[in-house]
Design a protein around this ligand. Structure first.
Ligand code: PMP
Length: 384
Protein backbone atom coordinates (compact mmCIF):
# COMPACT_ATOMS: atom_id res chain seq x y z
CA UNK A 1 0.00 0.00 0.00
CA UNK A 2 1.40 3.42 -0.92
CA UNK A 3 1.88 6.19 1.64
CA UNK A 4 -0.98 8.14 0.06
CA UNK A 5 -3.31 5.12 0.35
CA UNK A 6 -2.27 4.75 3.98
CA UNK A 7 -3.03 8.41 4.63
CA UNK A 8 -6.54 7.98 3.19
CA UNK A 9 -7.12 4.80 5.16
CA UNK A 10 -5.95 6.37 8.44
CA UNK A 11 -8.07 9.47 7.89
CA UNK A 12 -11.13 7.29 7.37
CA UNK A 13 -10.28 5.41 10.55
CA UNK A 14 -9.99 8.70 12.50
CA UNK A 15 -13.37 9.85 11.14
CA UNK A 16 -15.05 6.53 11.89
CA UNK A 17 -13.91 6.76 15.54
CA UNK A 18 -15.20 10.33 16.04
CA UNK A 19 -11.63 11.53 16.47
CA UNK A 20 -11.56 13.73 13.39
CA UNK A 21 -10.39 17.30 14.00
CA UNK A 22 -10.69 20.43 11.93
CA UNK A 23 -9.27 23.89 12.54
CA UNK A 24 -12.17 26.04 13.77
CA UNK A 25 -12.99 29.33 12.01
CA UNK A 26 -12.58 31.98 14.69
CA UNK A 27 -12.90 35.73 14.42
CA UNK A 28 -12.77 38.46 17.05
CA UNK A 29 -10.12 36.29 18.68
CA UNK A 30 -8.77 38.82 21.18
CA UNK A 31 -11.73 38.62 23.50
CA UNK A 32 -13.36 36.25 25.97
CA UNK A 33 -16.33 36.21 23.56
CA UNK A 34 -15.27 34.97 20.16
CA UNK A 35 -17.09 34.32 16.92
CA UNK A 36 -16.91 30.62 16.14
CA UNK A 37 -18.17 29.60 12.71
CA UNK A 38 -20.33 32.74 12.80
CA UNK A 39 -21.70 32.14 16.33
CA UNK A 40 -20.86 34.46 19.27
CA UNK A 41 -19.71 32.24 22.17
CA UNK A 42 -17.90 32.52 25.49
CA UNK A 43 -14.48 30.97 24.93
CA UNK A 44 -13.69 28.47 27.69
CA UNK A 45 -11.28 26.49 25.56
CA UNK A 46 -8.24 28.75 25.73
CA UNK A 47 -5.22 28.64 28.05
CA UNK A 48 -5.22 32.43 28.27
CA UNK A 49 -6.28 32.00 31.91
CA UNK A 50 -5.66 35.56 33.07
CA UNK A 51 -6.70 37.35 29.90
CA UNK A 52 -3.14 38.71 29.60
CA UNK A 53 -3.03 37.99 25.86
CA UNK A 54 -5.24 41.09 25.45
CA UNK A 55 -3.51 43.17 28.14
CA UNK A 56 -2.43 46.68 27.13
CA UNK A 57 0.70 46.57 29.29
CA UNK A 58 1.95 43.47 27.43
CA UNK A 59 1.01 44.96 24.06
CA UNK A 60 2.96 48.14 24.83
CA UNK A 61 6.14 46.24 25.77
CA UNK A 62 5.73 44.13 22.67
CA UNK A 63 5.35 47.13 20.36
CA UNK A 64 8.28 48.86 22.05
CA UNK A 65 10.44 45.77 21.47
CA UNK A 66 9.55 45.70 17.76
CA UNK A 67 10.46 49.38 17.48
CA UNK A 68 13.80 48.82 19.20
CA UNK A 69 14.85 45.46 17.78
CA UNK A 70 12.74 44.74 14.68
CA UNK A 71 10.57 41.77 13.77
CA UNK A 72 13.04 38.91 13.88
CA UNK A 73 16.09 37.89 15.87
CA UNK A 74 17.67 36.76 12.60
CA UNK A 75 19.66 33.83 14.01
CA UNK A 76 19.90 31.37 16.85
CA UNK A 77 20.84 32.78 20.24
CA UNK A 78 24.43 31.51 20.24
CA UNK A 79 25.16 32.96 16.80
CA UNK A 80 23.74 36.50 16.78
CA UNK A 81 20.06 36.19 17.68
CA UNK A 82 20.54 37.75 21.10
CA UNK A 83 19.43 41.19 22.25
CA UNK A 84 19.36 43.01 25.60
CA UNK A 85 15.83 42.16 26.70
CA UNK A 86 16.49 38.43 26.32
CA UNK A 87 19.03 38.62 29.18
CA UNK A 88 16.68 40.90 31.14
CA UNK A 89 13.90 38.37 30.75
CA UNK A 90 16.08 35.47 31.88
CA UNK A 91 17.25 37.42 34.91
CA UNK A 92 13.62 38.26 35.74
CA UNK A 93 12.61 34.59 35.44
CA UNK A 94 15.51 33.38 37.62
CA UNK A 95 14.51 35.93 40.31
CA UNK A 96 10.85 35.00 39.97
CA UNK A 97 11.63 31.28 40.37
CA UNK A 98 14.42 31.77 42.95
CA UNK A 99 16.99 29.89 40.89
CA UNK A 100 20.56 30.77 39.91
CA UNK A 101 19.80 31.00 36.20
CA UNK A 102 17.07 30.69 33.58
CA UNK A 103 17.01 30.02 29.86
CA UNK A 104 14.24 30.94 27.44
CA UNK A 105 13.31 28.32 24.83
CA UNK A 106 11.11 28.69 21.79
CA UNK A 107 8.02 26.90 23.11
CA UNK A 108 6.97 24.56 25.88
CA UNK A 109 7.13 21.69 23.42
CA UNK A 110 10.68 22.59 22.39
CA UNK A 111 11.71 23.07 26.04
CA UNK A 112 10.62 19.59 27.07
CA UNK A 113 12.07 17.74 24.12
CA UNK A 114 15.32 19.73 24.38
CA UNK A 115 15.67 19.22 28.12
CA UNK A 116 15.27 15.48 27.95
CA UNK A 117 17.34 15.07 24.79
CA UNK A 118 20.18 16.99 26.47
CA UNK A 119 20.05 15.55 29.98
CA UNK A 120 18.61 12.08 29.84
CA UNK A 121 20.72 10.18 27.34
CA UNK A 122 22.30 7.84 29.88
CA UNK A 123 19.65 8.14 32.54
CA UNK A 124 16.42 6.34 33.34
CA UNK A 125 13.33 8.53 33.30
CA UNK A 126 10.32 8.06 35.56
CA UNK A 127 7.29 9.78 34.10
CA UNK A 128 3.66 10.14 35.20
CA UNK A 129 1.46 8.41 32.63
CA UNK A 130 -0.56 11.60 32.06
CA UNK A 131 2.41 13.93 31.57
CA UNK A 132 2.18 16.17 28.52
CA UNK A 133 2.91 14.74 25.05
CA UNK A 134 6.04 16.91 24.74
CA UNK A 135 7.54 15.03 27.71
CA UNK A 136 6.73 11.69 26.11
CA UNK A 137 8.29 12.86 22.83
CA UNK A 138 11.34 14.15 24.72
CA UNK A 139 11.81 10.77 26.36
CA UNK A 140 11.60 9.00 23.02
CA UNK A 141 14.02 11.47 21.45
CA UNK A 142 16.51 11.11 24.30
CA UNK A 143 16.88 7.39 23.63
CA UNK A 144 16.83 6.90 27.40
CA UNK A 145 15.22 4.01 29.20
CA UNK A 146 11.96 5.17 30.71
CA UNK A 147 9.08 4.03 32.89
CA UNK A 148 5.60 5.51 32.94
CA UNK A 149 3.99 5.13 36.35
CA UNK A 150 0.22 5.14 36.73
CA UNK A 151 -1.15 8.65 37.20
CA UNK A 152 -0.15 10.01 40.66
CA UNK A 153 0.70 6.47 41.86
CA UNK A 154 3.57 7.01 44.29
CA UNK A 155 3.71 3.37 45.34
CA UNK A 156 4.30 2.34 41.74
CA UNK A 157 6.89 5.09 41.33
CA UNK A 158 8.75 3.88 44.40
CA UNK A 159 8.66 0.26 43.25
CA UNK A 160 10.16 1.29 39.90
CA UNK A 161 12.80 3.50 41.52
CA UNK A 162 13.85 0.59 43.75
CA UNK A 163 14.39 -1.68 40.75
CA UNK A 164 16.68 0.62 38.82
CA UNK A 165 20.31 1.44 39.57
CA UNK A 166 21.11 3.96 36.84
CA UNK A 167 21.05 7.78 37.01
CA UNK A 168 17.44 8.70 37.57
CA UNK A 169 15.18 11.54 36.52
CA UNK A 170 11.63 12.00 37.79
CA UNK A 171 9.57 14.30 35.60
CA UNK A 172 6.03 15.45 36.24
CA UNK A 173 3.52 18.09 35.26
CA UNK A 174 2.53 19.96 38.43
CA UNK A 175 -1.00 20.74 37.23
CA UNK A 176 -2.12 18.20 34.61
CA UNK A 177 -3.36 19.75 31.41
CA UNK A 178 -6.41 17.57 30.73
CA UNK A 179 -7.45 16.81 34.32
CA UNK A 180 -6.60 19.98 36.23
CA UNK A 181 -5.39 17.88 39.16
CA UNK A 182 -2.05 18.27 40.95
CA UNK A 183 1.02 16.07 41.32
CA UNK A 184 1.85 14.92 44.89
CA UNK A 185 5.02 17.03 44.88
CA UNK A 186 5.94 16.50 48.54
CA UNK A 187 6.04 12.75 48.01
CA UNK A 188 7.87 13.09 44.69
CA UNK A 189 10.53 15.24 46.33
CA UNK A 190 10.86 12.74 49.18
CA UNK A 191 11.32 9.86 46.70
CA UNK A 192 13.77 11.89 44.62
CA UNK A 193 15.93 12.43 47.69
CA UNK A 194 15.73 8.85 48.85
CA UNK A 195 16.57 7.38 45.43
CA UNK A 196 18.95 10.17 44.36
CA UNK A 197 16.92 11.23 41.34
CA UNK A 198 16.93 14.58 39.55
CA UNK A 199 13.47 16.23 39.71
CA UNK A 200 11.99 18.14 36.78
CA UNK A 201 8.60 19.85 36.99
CA UNK A 202 6.51 21.19 34.12
CA UNK A 203 4.59 24.19 35.46
CA UNK A 204 2.90 25.08 32.14
CA UNK A 205 -0.57 25.28 33.71
CA UNK A 206 0.51 26.54 37.14
CA UNK A 207 2.74 29.46 36.17
CA UNK A 208 0.91 32.74 36.70
CA UNK A 209 -1.78 30.98 38.76
CA UNK A 210 -0.46 29.23 41.88
CA UNK A 211 1.98 30.53 44.50
CA UNK A 212 1.54 34.21 43.61
CA UNK A 213 2.14 33.21 40.00
CA UNK A 214 5.46 31.50 40.71
CA UNK A 215 4.00 28.03 40.31
CA UNK A 216 2.68 25.06 42.21
CA UNK A 217 6.08 24.02 43.60
CA UNK A 218 6.38 27.48 45.15
CA UNK A 219 2.88 27.25 46.60
CA UNK A 220 3.81 23.92 48.20
CA UNK A 221 6.99 25.43 49.67
CA UNK A 222 9.12 23.09 47.54
CA UNK A 223 10.79 25.45 45.05
CA UNK A 224 14.24 24.88 46.52
CA UNK A 225 13.85 21.09 46.39
CA UNK A 226 13.19 20.91 42.65
CA UNK A 227 16.23 20.64 40.35
CA UNK A 228 14.67 21.96 37.14
CA UNK A 229 11.58 24.13 36.76
CA UNK A 230 10.08 24.35 33.31
CA UNK A 231 7.14 26.58 32.46
CA UNK A 232 5.54 28.41 29.56
CA UNK A 233 4.73 31.99 28.65
CA UNK A 234 1.99 30.71 26.34
CA UNK A 235 -0.79 30.13 28.85
CA UNK A 236 -1.58 32.30 31.88
CA UNK A 237 1.28 34.63 30.95
CA UNK A 238 -0.53 35.53 27.73
CA UNK A 239 2.38 35.33 25.33
CA UNK A 240 4.59 32.62 23.83
CA UNK A 241 7.72 30.55 24.51
CA UNK A 242 9.00 28.76 27.58
CA UNK A 243 11.57 28.97 30.35
CA UNK A 244 13.80 26.53 32.14
CA UNK A 245 14.97 27.75 35.56
CA UNK A 246 17.72 25.89 37.36
CA UNK A 247 21.34 25.95 38.52
CA UNK A 248 24.13 27.68 36.64
CA UNK A 249 25.61 24.32 35.58
CA UNK A 250 22.35 22.95 34.17
CA UNK A 251 21.62 26.11 32.19
CA UNK A 252 25.18 26.25 30.89
CA UNK A 253 24.89 22.60 29.85
CA UNK A 254 21.62 23.27 28.00
CA UNK A 255 23.14 26.21 26.15
CA UNK A 256 25.86 23.86 24.96
CA UNK A 257 23.89 20.70 24.25
CA UNK A 258 20.14 21.31 23.84
CA UNK A 259 19.53 20.92 20.12
CA UNK A 260 16.19 22.72 20.19
CA UNK A 261 18.05 25.73 21.58
CA UNK A 262 21.17 25.56 19.43
CA UNK A 263 19.62 24.81 16.04
CA UNK A 264 16.61 27.13 15.96
CA UNK A 265 16.24 30.87 15.39
CA UNK A 266 15.56 32.58 18.73
CA UNK A 267 12.20 34.17 19.53
CA UNK A 268 11.32 37.51 17.94
CA UNK A 269 11.50 40.75 19.95
CA UNK A 270 7.70 41.15 20.06
CA UNK A 271 7.45 37.90 22.02
CA UNK A 272 10.34 38.60 24.39
CA UNK A 273 8.91 42.08 25.10
CA UNK A 274 5.52 40.63 26.00
CA UNK A 275 7.15 37.89 28.13
CA UNK A 276 9.10 40.46 30.13
CA UNK A 277 5.95 42.53 30.60
CA UNK A 278 3.99 39.48 31.76
CA UNK A 279 6.50 38.67 34.52
CA UNK A 280 6.42 42.30 35.66
CA UNK A 281 2.64 42.30 35.53
CA UNK A 282 2.39 39.17 37.71
CA UNK A 283 4.88 40.63 40.18
CA UNK A 284 2.61 43.68 40.50
CA UNK A 285 -0.60 41.59 40.55
CA UNK A 286 0.33 38.39 42.41
CA UNK A 287 -3.20 37.46 43.47
CA UNK A 288 -4.94 37.13 40.10
CA UNK A 289 -4.52 33.36 40.17
CA UNK A 290 -6.02 33.02 43.64
CA UNK A 291 -9.18 34.76 42.47
CA UNK A 292 -9.36 32.37 39.53
CA UNK A 293 -8.98 29.31 41.77
CA UNK A 294 -11.82 30.54 44.03
CA UNK A 295 -14.00 30.95 40.94
CA UNK A 296 -13.03 27.45 39.81
CA UNK A 297 -14.03 25.99 43.20
CA UNK A 298 -17.44 27.56 42.77
CA UNK A 299 -17.97 26.22 39.22
CA UNK A 300 -16.67 22.77 40.17
CA UNK A 301 -19.06 22.61 43.11
CA UNK A 302 -21.96 23.57 40.84
CA UNK A 303 -21.06 20.89 38.26
CA UNK A 304 -20.64 18.20 40.91
CA UNK A 305 -24.10 19.01 42.28
CA UNK A 306 -25.50 18.49 38.79
CA UNK A 307 -23.97 15.00 38.89
CA UNK A 308 -21.10 15.60 36.45
CA UNK A 309 -17.80 13.76 36.93
CA UNK A 310 -15.14 16.47 37.27
CA UNK A 311 -12.34 14.09 38.32
CA UNK A 312 -9.91 15.43 40.92
CA UNK A 313 -9.45 18.90 39.50
CA UNK A 314 -8.17 21.56 41.92
CA UNK A 315 -7.40 24.21 39.34
CA UNK A 316 -8.83 26.45 36.61
CA UNK A 317 -8.93 23.38 34.32
CA UNK A 318 -12.12 21.41 34.92
CA UNK A 319 -12.75 18.20 33.01
CA UNK A 320 -16.31 16.98 32.57
CA UNK A 321 -15.73 13.31 31.88
CA UNK A 322 -18.41 11.82 29.62
CA UNK A 323 -16.34 8.81 28.51
CA UNK A 324 -17.36 8.32 24.86
CA UNK A 325 -16.32 10.44 21.88
CA UNK A 326 -19.93 10.61 20.71
CA UNK A 327 -21.22 11.94 24.05
CA UNK A 328 -18.51 14.60 24.14
CA UNK A 329 -19.24 15.81 20.61
CA UNK A 330 -22.98 15.96 21.27
CA UNK A 331 -22.40 17.82 24.57
CA UNK A 332 -20.04 20.30 22.92
CA UNK A 333 -22.68 21.09 20.30
CA UNK A 334 -25.40 21.58 22.92
CA UNK A 335 -23.18 23.97 24.91
CA UNK A 336 -22.31 25.89 21.74
CA UNK A 337 -26.01 26.43 21.08
CA UNK A 338 -26.19 27.87 24.62
CA UNK A 339 -23.30 30.23 23.86
CA UNK A 340 -20.42 28.41 25.58
CA UNK A 341 -17.38 26.93 23.81
CA UNK A 342 -15.42 24.19 25.59
CA UNK A 343 -12.91 21.75 24.17
CA UNK A 344 -14.04 18.24 23.18
CA UNK A 345 -11.02 16.20 24.24
CA UNK A 346 -10.72 12.69 22.86
CA UNK A 347 -8.04 10.02 22.41
CA UNK A 348 -5.16 10.15 21.68
CA UNK A 349 -5.02 13.32 23.84
CA UNK A 350 -6.64 11.41 26.73
CA UNK A 351 -6.89 7.64 27.38
CA UNK A 352 -9.71 5.64 25.75
CA UNK A 353 -13.10 5.85 27.48
CA UNK A 354 -12.17 9.05 29.32
CA UNK A 355 -13.25 11.52 26.63
CA UNK A 356 -14.25 14.79 28.17
CA UNK A 357 -15.21 18.38 27.88
CA UNK A 358 -12.34 20.54 29.07
CA UNK A 359 -13.43 23.77 30.70
CA UNK A 360 -10.66 26.30 31.17
CA UNK A 361 -11.83 29.23 33.21
CA UNK A 362 -10.34 32.69 33.03
CA UNK A 363 -9.95 35.31 35.72
CA UNK A 364 -11.88 38.02 33.88
CA UNK A 365 -15.22 36.17 33.86
CA UNK A 366 -17.91 38.29 35.52
CA UNK A 367 -21.19 37.33 37.21
CA UNK A 368 -23.07 37.34 33.90
CA UNK A 369 -20.50 35.02 32.31
CA UNK A 370 -20.70 32.64 35.26
CA UNK A 371 -24.48 32.62 35.03
CA UNK A 372 -24.24 31.81 31.33
CA UNK A 373 -21.89 28.88 32.11
CA UNK A 374 -24.16 27.54 34.84
CA UNK A 375 -27.33 27.87 32.71
CA UNK A 376 -25.62 26.05 29.85
CA UNK A 377 -24.45 23.13 32.00
CA UNK A 378 -27.80 22.95 33.80
CA UNK A 379 -29.43 22.59 30.39
CA UNK A 380 -26.82 20.02 29.33
CA UNK A 381 -27.42 17.98 32.51
CA UNK A 382 -31.14 17.84 31.70
CA UNK A 383 -30.60 17.03 28.04
CA UNK A 384 -27.92 14.32 28.00
N1 PMP B 1 3.67 21.20 28.86
C1 PMP B 1 2.35 21.14 29.14
C2 PMP B 1 1.95 20.52 30.44
C3 PMP B 1 1.41 21.64 28.24
O1 PMP B 1 0.11 21.55 28.52
C4 PMP B 1 1.84 22.22 27.04
C5 PMP B 1 0.89 22.86 26.04
N2 PMP B 1 -0.33 22.34 25.91
C6 PMP B 1 3.21 22.25 26.77
C7 PMP B 1 4.09 21.74 27.70
C8 PMP B 1 3.73 22.83 25.50
O2 PMP B 1 3.77 24.22 25.60
P1 PMP B 1 3.68 25.16 24.29
O3 PMP B 1 2.24 25.20 23.91
O4 PMP B 1 4.23 26.46 24.74
O5 PMP B 1 4.51 24.50 23.26
Amino acid sequence: MSVLDLVKQNLNHIKFNDQYRTIPKISNHANKYIELNGLKVLNLSSNNYLGLAENDFLKQYSIEAIKNYGCSSGASRIVSGNYEIYAKLEEAVANFKHTQKALVLNSGYVANISLLQALAKNATIFCDKLNHASIIDGMLLSGAKFYRYAHLDMQMLENLLKKDTSNKIIITDTIFSMDGDAAPLKEIVRLSKQYEALTIVDEAHATGIFGEGRGYAYKEGLSGEIDIHMGTFSKALGSFGAYVASSEDIIDYLINTARGFIFSTSLPPAVIGANLASINYILKNPHLGEKLILMSDNVRHFLKNLGFDVGNSISQIIPVILKTNKAVLVAQKILLEKGVFVGAIRPPTVPKNTSRLRISLRADLDDNDLELIKDAFFYLGNTL
